[in-house]
Design a binder for this molecule. Structure first.
Ligand SMILES: Nc1ncnc2c1ncn2[C@@H]1O[C@H](COP(=O)(O)OP(=O)(O)O)[C@@H](O)[C@H]1O
Ligand SMILES: [Mg+2]
Length: 300
């Protein structure tokens, strides 16, 4: 079906733009998925959370902020094309970079542009804000899949998001790395709130146990609020879906992992919107820039 552009003066066009304004009054929620340690399931959580949110009727964008291997593009078999670096250089629009994924999730693929977002010139920054502002979609949620470790880009994207989901599994390095990341974001950047998501759990109790271990050290040494936002069991269907380059919520919707991802998507919807949340996606870039400035002040 071909869509016919509406004349800007028609009552229908006015109604559409009024509706758009109304929708835009609601902030775009930005959720960063992070972990400290690699290989704990961040990318699978990001992809499945994004698609589950889209299944529930939300307009969703998924940003791959990890330059490592086996990321969103590989997971979903996406074609290679222009990337954020081209947008930063003004060589193409964000629209040309965005790939349509399953359930119409808009995907910004990983690229060197992601790292460069930490050190933009004021002109590049203004250009990027404009690029995000001109993106002709009304988003409800943006999910950001971050890299492992505590690099500048992880800090930046976590601070620019409104909510931070920390994925953790039952291995001592995963728990200590998650704690190290929480500590850094809290002590050095004043982040107060973290959502904990145990992944690949083998028993019903394991998720609770992992959360308790993390809660004990956080309570003892930091003044942060952490909550258990869900538990994703170890499920062979996740690996099978990865091999088919599909998301488990689409490929095996009845599987235990898919059910857990859908529950997580439902629960994010009920999280209170922070007071400082602003309406447009441009503000995400704005926060990124501010976080970058703070980083530069901290490490001259
Ligand atoms: N709930 C799960 N059950 C089984 N395997 C999982 C689950 N979550 C992730 N995996 C597997 O763990 C590996 C690492 O997942 P990935 O999402 O790439 O981690 P990260 O992005 O944190 O490096 C992948 O092979 C993935 O298929
Ligand atoms: Mg990953």
């Amino acid at each position: 079906m071909r869509s016919v552009p509406l004349a800007s003066s028609s009552p229908l066009a006015e109604q559409a733009s009024g509706l758009r304004r109304l929708r835009r009054a609601r902030p775009v929620r930005v959720l960063a998925v992070t972990s400290g340690k690699g290989g704990v399931g961040k990318t699978n959580v990001s992809v499945n959370l994004a698609i589950a949110l889209a299944q529930s009727g939300k307009s969703v964008m998924l940003m791959d902020a990890d330059l490592g291997l086996a990321n969103v593009d590989v997971l979903l078999g996406l074609p290679a094309g222009p990337n954020l670096a081209h947008v930063i250089d003004g060589r193409c629009s964000l629209e040309e970079v965005v790939v349509r994924g399953p359930r119409d999730v808009r995907i910004i693929p990983a690229a060197s542009g992601v790292q460069r977002m930490a050190s933009l010139t004021p002109q590049q920054h203004a250009g990027l804000i404009r690029a995000f502002g001109e993106l002709g979609v009304d988003l409800d949620v943006m999910v950001v899949d971050t890299a492992a470790g505590v690099s500048d880009s992880v800090v930046l994207f976590s601070l620019a998001a409104q909510e931070i989901i920390v994925v953790v599994c039952d291995e001592p390095p995963s728990i200590t790395d998650a704690y190290a990341l929480i500590k850094l974001l809290h002590r050095d950047y004043g982040q107060q709130r973290f959502h904990i998501l145990p992944n690949m759990t083998r028993t019903a109790r394991e998720g609770q146990d992992i959360f308790q271990k993390l809660a004990r050290v956080c309570d003892r040494f930091l003044d942060v609020a952490i909550d258990l936002v869900g538990v994703v069991p170890y499920d062979e269907h996740v690996r099978r879906a990865v091999r088919r380059q599909l998301a488990v919520v689409d490929a095996y919707p009845q599987s235990a992992a898919a059910v857990a991802f859908k529950k997580l998507a439902c629960s994010t919807d009920k999280w209170p919107v922070p007071d400082h949340a602003r309406g447009h996606l441009e503000f995400f870039v704005e926060r990124l820039f501010q976080a970058g400035q703070r980083g530069a002040e901290d490490y001259p």
